[in-house]
Write a protein that binds this ligand. Structure first.
Ligand SMILES: Cc1ncc(COP(=O)(O)O)c(C=O)c1O
Length: 384
């Protein structure tokens, strides 16, 4: 059954927003950088938050505001994953969850693998936990990007203690195959290492891409893995501060339960209430229509690039609303986003910030209207 794509808000409405996407630059700049989207909230999320506002329900978050059961249902419906209630704990946001897990599973100075090009804060949160970043870049083949399992094995063999996996991967939108994840888990187990899987973009994996939650990839993965996820990317709730830390084994669950109580106290009540509504079955049709809008925009971006910026290299991703575009052939240097901002007045994310493999690239957020995307690419094309 085909689903009608969601319509984005108008630019006039969006410019009244006070989030960073709409306040970082003056009005002559089209912002397609930070991972916020330009759609109205899902109706169930809006109703839940409106009721909380009407009640002045703005206090602390109780132990379980309903989000555990909502997420258990969501994971079952959308991924076919079974999660035990005891393996779900909340915190303020995904990066907070990652840092707190790394604090528990590494010692100061331990090396933690990341796979660039990757979400830039990964390189910041590992030192925040006292560990050291060890890059093992993705490899690019005919079918897109993939983990370098041999390189990861060598890094574990040389002493790396953990890996921060991005599943699906930001910025390439790669959905790692079940076999790859199972092999990764096997390697980690053989070296006594841990995998922390950031699954924040998973709700926006295309159904045909066959997203596998890391903890469900194999029995080994359930043993060595921690996952952190949130409704915040798909449902645009980043400011409300709620993420879930997931475990699937008694030992890993005990690690999360052993964290200082403050870690769960940092969960925002609005985030937990909104996340509960987002993960409920009532929000599934909205999520499907968001997926349709994003898919249409990725296809539109491919068409626009071939018309206005034919030297660009771009592969439509399997997940999320971020597009990783190689502009090296334009000869605009390592960081084309700087020139694009200055001369085309379009704000994109800077490729080099994503580490190795990022030079000459930009990341474009297509979670906007077709009109905004069209105007942005037209402006970039006008640079010649
Ligand atoms: C892969 C990835 N992880 C984490 C985050 C940030 O999530 P949070 O705001 O919940 O820390 C983002 C934001 O775009 C992201 O892309």
């Amino acid at each position: 059954m085909s689903v009608a794509p969601l319509e984005a808000l108008s630019l006039d409405q969006l410019r009244r927003r006070r989030s960073v996407k709409w306040r970082a630059y003056p009005d002559d700049v089209l912002p397609l950088f930070v991972a916020e989207t330009d759609f109205a909230l899902a109706p169930a999320v809006e109703a839940t938050l409106a009721e909380a506002v009407a009640l002045g329900d703005t206090g602390y978050t109780p132990d379980d505001p309903g989000i555990r059961d909502a997420y258990i249902g969501f994971a079952r419906r959308r991924y076919g994953q079974e999660i035990d209630r005891s393996g779900i704990a909340s915190t303020g946001d995904v990066m907070m969850g990652v840092v707190e897990i790394l604090r528990q599973v590494t010692s100061p100075g331990d090396r933690v693998i990341i796979t660039p090009p990757v979400y830039p804060p990964f390189s910041i949160c590992i030192p925040e936990a006292g560990a050291v970043v060890e890059p093992v870049p993705l490899v690019e083949g005919e079918d897109g990007f993939a983990l370098d399992l041999d390189g990861i094995e060598a890094a574990f063999a040389a002493g790396a203690r953990a890996m921060l996996l991005c599943n699906p991967h930001n910025p390439t939108g790669t959905v790692h195959a079940r076999d790859t994840l199972a092999r990764l888990a096997e390697i980690a187990l053989a070296h006594g290492a841990v995998i922390v899987s950031d699954e924040i973009h998973a709700p926006l994996a295309r159904p045909e891409a066959g997203f596998t939650p890391f903890l469900a990839a194999s029995a080994d993965a359930a043993r060595v893995g921690y996952a952190v996820t949130s409704a915040s990317k798909a449902f645009n709730l980043a400011g409300l501060k709620c993420a879930l830390m997931l475990t699937a084994d008694d030992a890993t669950t005990a690690v999360v339960r052993g964290m200082p109580e403050e870690v769960t106290w940092r969960t925002g009540l609005f985030g937990a209430l909104a996340g509960t509504a987002a993960f409920s079955p009532e929000s599934d049709p909205w999520l499907d229509s968001l997926q349709a809008a994003i898919r249409a925009n990725h296809v539109l971006l491919a068409d626009l690039l071939s018309e206005h910026v034919p030297a660009a290299r771009y592969r439509i991703p399997d997940a999320g609303y971020l597009a990783w575009v190689d502009l090296s052939a334009k000869g605009w240097g390592d960081d084309p986003a700087t020139r694009i901002l200055r001369e085309a007045k379009v704000a994109l994310h800077h490729g080099p910030h994503f580490g190795q493999g990022g030079a000459g690239h930009v990341r474009i957020n297509v979670g906007c209207s077709a009109e905004v995307l069209t105007e942005a690419v037209r402006r970039i094309g006008d640079l010649g």
